[in-house]
Design a protein around this ligand. Structure first.
Ligand SMILES: [Cu+2]
Length: 150
């Protein structure tokens, strides 16, 4: 009986891994990244955020992807997040329900210009990218997302 359970568990793990390795299991749609060239809004602070890849993102675990986010206020002026709040990246593959390998971290290089140079995806396919604003207790106070296929 123990052997049967172990075999079943192993088969489940193996099939999950195999599924994850095959881009063939993903819906083939999307246009390779232009969705990111758009402005989104954070309701919590009436701020706008425009994410933009420095280079087209790559779904490959050894590649560091670089994302720039420009944060502006209602008047279109570049602004920093309010004191104590941070901008954070996150992504999941909704079809397979797993997160990315490494969300990296943002640095504010100039007022309202945030750059994250260490975003790593573990595979190609359909990704839901997210931006979070977190408070100093690491609670998410607002979030936005966009889907991309690469
Ligand atoms: Cu996957």
């Amino acid at each position: 009986m123990k052997f049967l359970i172990l075999t079943f568990a192993l088969a489940t793990v193996l099939s999950a891994l195999t599924a994850c390795d095959s881009p063939m299991n993903h819906r083939v749609e999307g246009d390779g990244g232009s969705a990111a060239i758009q402005t989104y809004s954070f309701k919590a602070f009436s701020l706008n955020a425009k994410p933009q890849w420095i280079k087209p993102p790559v779904g490959e675990i050894k590649t560091n992807n670089e994302l720039m986010v420009i944060v502006t206020d209602a008047a279109g002026e570049r602004v920093s997040l309010p004191g104590g709040y941070t901008l954070n990246f996150y992504a999941t593959m909704p079809s397979m329900k797993h997160p990315l390998d490494d969300p990296g971290f943002f640095k504010e290089v100039d007022r309202g210009i945030y750059i994250n140079s260490a975003i790593r995806y573990n595979m190609p396919g359909d990704w839901r990218n997210e931006l979070w604003i977190m408070d100093s207790n690491l609670e998410i106070v607002d979030r936005l997302s966009w889907d991309e296929f690469f």
